[in-house]
Structure formats: C-alpha cells, structure tokens
Design a protein around this ligand. Structure first.
Ligand SMILES: [Zn+2]
Length: 339
C-alpha cells in the first residue's frame, strides 16, 4: 500500500480535529501514558478467544517477513494450510506468476482459498492479504527504510482473524457457504514511484479467474479485513466501499450489527478513501465487497506505524481482533435462513 494508493481524505483540517475529539469521547479515558484504558467490554461468554487470536498473530510474525515468493511466505502457507484443514476447511491454492519489478525475474505467487461447506452454491467471501510489503519504506528514520518489515497489523492481523474465525464458521447454518481467500501480492512494491502496477495482484488474478472461468458457485457478498489488529482500534466506514451501492449495503449491515452489539470501535462515519483488494473484487469480479480497515494506526497526531519498522505485535491486541471477528460472525448469522 502507498499513500497514493491508500489515500487519506479525512485527516485534514477541522474534520480531523472533530474526529479526534469524537474518538476520545466514544473510546473511553486516556491514561497519563496515552493508552486507551477502556473500550467496548467483551461479553464473558463470547466464543471468540482474544488470547488465541493474538497468538495466531504472533505465530505468523515469528515467521518473519512474508514477502511474496519468499521462504517466509512458503512457511506461512504451510502453517495456514495445516490450521485450516485441521478445522475442516477445504484448502486449494490458486497459483499465478508475476515479473519481479526490480530484476524482471519470475516470481511465483498463490492465493489460498479455504472453503467451508463447499456444497453450498451461494457463498460469502471473507478475505485478507497475507503477503507483507518488502520494506518499511515509510519509517520516520530514513536509515531504517530497508530494514525488516514485520507487518503485524498490515498483513498478519487479517490472517490471524481468519485463523480464529475458522473455529466458528463451520457451525453456521445455510444457505450460505463461506470462503476465506488469502490474497498474495497485495503490495509487491520495492520502489513506490516505479512499482505502481504491483499492487492487488492476487485479488486481480482472483477476479479475472472468477469472470473468465466462472465456478458453479456465486459469491453474493464479500468482506475484506485489513489492519484490524490495532490495540487502539477505530473503524470508520471506508469511502470506496460506500461509493459502490451494493458494497455500501454491506457497510450499513455490518455497522448496524456492531451498534446492536455495542462494539463502539465501529464508528458510523466515513473516513479514509482506501485503495485495496476490494477494488478488483467490486469492479472486476462484481462481488460486492466492503473493506473493514483501521487506517488510523494508532491514531491521528501520533507517530504512525503503517509501513514502518514499528508495525509489530506489541501495537496490536487480541481484543481488537475478536471485536471485529464478533461483528463479522454476528453479521454472517443474520444471513442464515435468508432466501
Ligand atoms: Zn501495506
């Protein structure tokens, strides 16, 4: 992702100031060290487990960088395949290849598709990217911009949430079956000025296959999970999702569910126009898909962790992951019995 590709529209001027004030108002008290001290309380009987979700995030980050075509990505794929199959998911890989933007060599990439109830023809897509950006090229320290980028929030968080949701989606009644899709090549970007075509390669390939060789099943709706692990979680409605009427419907449904559950981190206001994997899904595959993304990481006015060496597990929390997971799971339950 890049600031050209993930444009921040709402973070300027008075609007941002109003946003910050509102954030403080709804998110609880700030302690002396600036940490949020209270947010939405999770119910004691919540089936999703924050500790387990966070452990998935750290397990994935312990692999190290998961850049497309590298050993780290291969190790992650191996871990995820084992995990999802052990939970009863049907895992298939969707391979494709690209040209390395720097040296022109062939790079093998693959999306991972995990099907739950593959017999169901009507399906809902839950997706996340599982590659990490090659370098932390927005680090405030220029000398660190070729260091290790771990991608705890930007990379591991969506994957960790899907790992946790794997314990729950199998029990969902019909008519919908669920597919998890992990996109490769979301940002195979070594030089942001040169590599502008090296974004969203996995989702673009997935969309092209879906249109060019249509499967028997149909995806009726989709949700993209990106940067959902920030310990200081604030989820505004993303503008590119709102712009597309069918995706906007999903945004409204999901934020309504969050309001019903009292998950205050879902804020019913638009902020941030984000270019992400949901664009090929909406515009090429015609699968209405909304993006759930916390693009204030950690919050306006603070040093940002996005695409820096600071995007590490200690900036994330299991509570944030399961808050998003709970809302998504309850939203999926509203689909049960739908005709
Ligand atoms: Zn990114």
């Amino acid at each position: 992702m890049t600031n050209r590709n993930k444009l921040v529209i709402g973070s300027i001027g008075a609007f941002a100031l109003a946003g910050i004030v509102y954030l403080f108002a709804i998110n609880g008290n700030e302690s002396a060290d600036g940490q949020i001290t209270s947010g939405t309380q999770l119910p004691a009987n919540l089936p999703l487990q924050p500790e387990r979700a966070y452990e998935f995030l750290t397990t994935i980050c312990d692999i190290g960088p998961r850049v497309s075509g590298t050993e780290g990505m291969a190790r992650q794929q191996q871990f995820l395949k084992g995990h999802f199959e052990a939970r009863g998911g049907m895992v298939t890989m969707q391979p494709f290849k690209v040209r390395h933007p720097a040296n022109g060599s062939r790079v093998d990439m693959a999306n991972m598709i995990v099907e739950w109830h593959p017999d169901r023809q009507r399906r809902i897509l839950l997706c996340a990217h599982y590659d990490t950006r090659p370098f932390p090229d927005r680090d405030p320290n220029p000398r660190k911009r070729r260091d290790i980028f771990l991608g705890a929030n930007d990379g591991a968080s969506g994957v960790a949430l899907l790992c946790e949701l794997a314990y729950h989606v199998k029990d969902l009644p019909g008519p919908f079956g669920i597919d998890f899709v992990l996109f490769d090549g979301e940002e195979f970007v070594f030089d942001d000025n040169r590599d502008r075509e090296w974004y969203f390669m996995g989702s673009t390939w997935f969309a092209r296959q879906y249109v060019g060789e249509p499967p028997a099943h149909r995806y009726e709706q989709g949700v993209l999970l990106d940067m959902v692990g920030d310990a200081d979680l604030t989820l505004y409605q993303e503008i590119n999702s709102l712009r597309r009427p069918a995706a906007r419907e999903i945004v409204n449904e999901i934020w309504d569910v969050a309001a019903r559950l009292g998950v205050k981190e879902f804020i019913k206001r638009r902020k941030h126009e984000v270019r992400d994997d949901h664009l090929p899904l909406n515009d090429q595959a015609r699968i209405p898909t909304c993006n759930i993304i916390d693009f204030d990481y950690p919050r306006p006015g603070r040093q940002q962790y996005w695409h820096t060496t600071a995007d590490t597990p200690d900036k994330c929390s299991g509570e944030s992951l399961v808050k998003v997971g709970w809302v998504v799971l309850e939203w999926l339950k509203t689909k049960s019995g739908e005709n």
